[in-house]
Design a protein around this ligand. Structure first.
Ligand SMILES: *Cc1c(COP(=O)(O)O)cnc(C)c1O
Length: 400
């Protein structure tokens, strides 16, 4: 079926072009926009045609838990953008993480993962997988020796996120990929913070890339979604059957929203990133700001690695407000444009206080180890004019 997806020869096309044109399969009506196939199932012209479809001799669709034309367009566009052989969409980012891990792990396996992970990913590794006798060693992701030392004979999987949430530390993806290969393990990268445009984990040696499409891919705060990208072989051997039988399918409607989100992803990420970089520079050294963390700033401890493995510093800026929790809360409450939220990647600028939200379940000591002080806030920079955002931050800082 892939042959009916446009463009016929995507090689050499730029990401900007693939974001708009990639993966379209037009119906006989020749619609301009991607069609929304809001259907659970499909009908067949004859019993013989139905039999052939079920035998896999005819590659058409059977049931939307298995595949759907709108979802397939989203998957195809994502695969072209990532440079992956294949992609599968899921109902949320966590459905993607869960499926990517569970489809390949079994009792007795061991996982090595960077400690700084999205909270629900840590729950899967620390609280859920042990029920099935799958153990995880959490390491300081920035320390390659720690990854190497954690390997056991039964290590099957390495898992990381970079830049990390919320401190924007970097993990050397190529370095970890080499260690995973030497250990005979696969490397899974949660690439949400970097987006498909700023970092290419597969090119750096990763085997599987995961997105929460809920973030920049929708980018307008509407739908949940997830994607897993990998080789055709991995999808066929492991993921495909797992998804079909367990059913974390994305709604075709949400897949359609994601397709439309991808059309503007390049413009949005470019603009949000430019604003984030400007804003980081403008607030660094300001009164009441103790520290600014942004991967492409010269004072970021891993700026050389950031410039090596990323194409830009990203759309998030993290900083420490003077006065601990009290200072951070006064600051957050005084903001007028920037809203308080735990989400990110949105067209609207959103501020998070990790110590009392995403990371509240950790002890103060554990948060300290992760560099999450009580005054630390994470700002997801949106599409507003950067001068307005900076003015908002300045007037809020004056109230700290
Ligand atoms: C949001 C997020 C997820 C989970 O995605 P959902 O769509 O909310 O399920 C996983 N990893 C990272 C890094 C995220 O930011």
């Amino acid at each position: 079926m892939a042959s009916s997806f446009t463009p016929a020869d995507p090689s050499g096309l730029h990401p900007e072009t693939l974001l708009v044109q990639g993966g379209i399969a037009r119906s006989p009506y020749g619609e301009t926009s991607e069609a929304l196939y809001l259907t659970q199932g499909f009908v067949y012209d004859s019993a013989e045609a139905c039999e052939a479809r079920f035998k896999g001799e005819d590659p058409g669709f059977v049931y939307s838990r298995y595949g759907n034309p709108t979802t397939a367009m989203f998957e195809s566009r994502m695969a072209l953008l990532e440079g992956a052989e294949a992609a599968r969409a899921t109902a949320s980012g966590m459905a993607a993480v869960h499926a990517a891990l569970l489809c390949q792990l079994r009792s007795g396996d061991h996982v090595v993962a960077g400690r700084a992970l999205f909270g629900s990913c840590r729950w899967i590794l620390e609280d859920f997988l042990p029920r099935f006798q799958i153990e995880t060693t959490l390491v300081d992701g920035t320390d390659l020796d720690a990854w190497r030392d954690a390997v056991r004979p039964n290590t099957k999987l390495f898992f990381l996120e970079s830049p990390t949430n919320p401190t924007l530390d970097l993990v050397d993806i190529a370095g970890v990929a080499a260690l995973a290969r030497a250990a005979g393990a696969r490397l899974v990268v949660d690439n949400v913070f970097a987006t498909p445009l700023l970092q290419k984990p597969l090119d750096l040696g990763a085997d599987i890339v995961i997105y929460s499409a809920t973030k920049h891919i929708d980018g307008q705060g509407r739908c949940l979604g997830g994607v897993v990208l990998a080789s055709e072989k991995f999808i066929t051997d492991h993921l495909q059957t797992f998804l079909r039988q367990t059913g974390p399918s994305i709604s075709p409607f949400n897949a359609w929203v994601m397709l439309k989100g991808l059309e503007t992803l390049g413009l949005r990420v470019e603009r949000q990133q430019a604003s984030a970089a400007t804003l980081a520079d403008q607030i660094a050294g300001a009164d009441k700001i103790e520290k600014v963390l942004y991967p492409f700033r010269d004072d970021h401890p891993q700026v050389a690695l950031a410039r090596r493995q990323m194409r830009g510093g990203g759309t998030l800026v993290t900083f420490v407000v003077a006065g601990g929790k009290d200072g951070a809360f006064r600051f957050a409450n005084a903001l007028r444009l920037i809203r308080i939220s735990n989400n990110l990647g949105d067209a609207k600028s959103l501020l998070t206080h990790p110590a009392t939200t995403t990371h509240q379940r950790f002890t103060p000591e554990a948060r300290g180890e992760m560099g999450i002080s009580d005054g630390l806030v994470r700002l997801s920079v949106g599409l507003e004019h950067p001068d307005d955002l900076i003015a908002d931050i300045r007037q809020a800082l004056a109230k700290v």
